[in-house]
Design a protein around this ligand. Structure first.
Ligand SMILES: [Zn+2]
Length: 165
């Protein structure tokens, strides 16, 4: 297990589409453990594999704020969405900036756990927002992509400031 380096926008790897996981082996377990460690180390509530340069289609999340609800989703699919809410979001690849994004209020997501077992969860609120944000990462989509040019420019200026550029 180790803390990995989180790639920061505009790193090109953040735009790469992840590849489905087929082997649920010890190496995968180690990668998942490192993802959790890296996410907790940076006080995040979600981290996708391609944010640390891995190509596997998976992410980790924990919306409990006290590390009590770690969830790893491998090969996730959102099978149902309902309602619309505006979600205030940050991203570990955009340190120091936050914005409001339109998300489904409720989702059902199916995925495999680290042992390859099929799981299904119905989620709302922060957990639902988190899954949608991380699913976007797995498809190379970032939370700034839906913003108007004006808002996006403002956000990228803030990001540059926060990175000390
Ligand atoms: Zn993110």
């Amino acid at each position: 297990m180790s803390v990995l380096k989180i790639l920061v926008y505009p790193d090109k790897k953040l735009r790469e589409i992840t590849v489905p996981v087929v082997e649920f082996n010890a190496q995968l377990q180690q990668q998942v453990a490192s993802l959790f460690e890296t996410m907790y180390d940076d006080d995040g509530c979600g981290l996708a594999a391609n944010q640390v340069g891995l190509t596997a289609r998976m992410f980790v999340m924990d919306t409990s704020r006290d590390k009590s609800n770690p969830i790893c989703m491998i090969n996730p699919e959102i099978t149902h969405r309902s309602g619309i809410i505006m979600s205030d979001e940050g991203c570990l690849s955009f340190p120091g900036v936050y914005t409001s994004v339109e998300r489904a209020e409720q989702i059902t997501v199916t995925f495999q756990d680290v042992k390859g077992q099929k799981q299904e969860l119905c989620l709302t609120e922060l957990a639902a927002n988190c899954v949608q944000h991380e699913m976007d990462h797995l498809n190379g989509i970032l939370f700034i992509d839906t913003l108007s040019k004006l808002k996006k420019d403002r956000m990228l200026r803030k990001l540059a400031k926060s990175l000390g550029a």
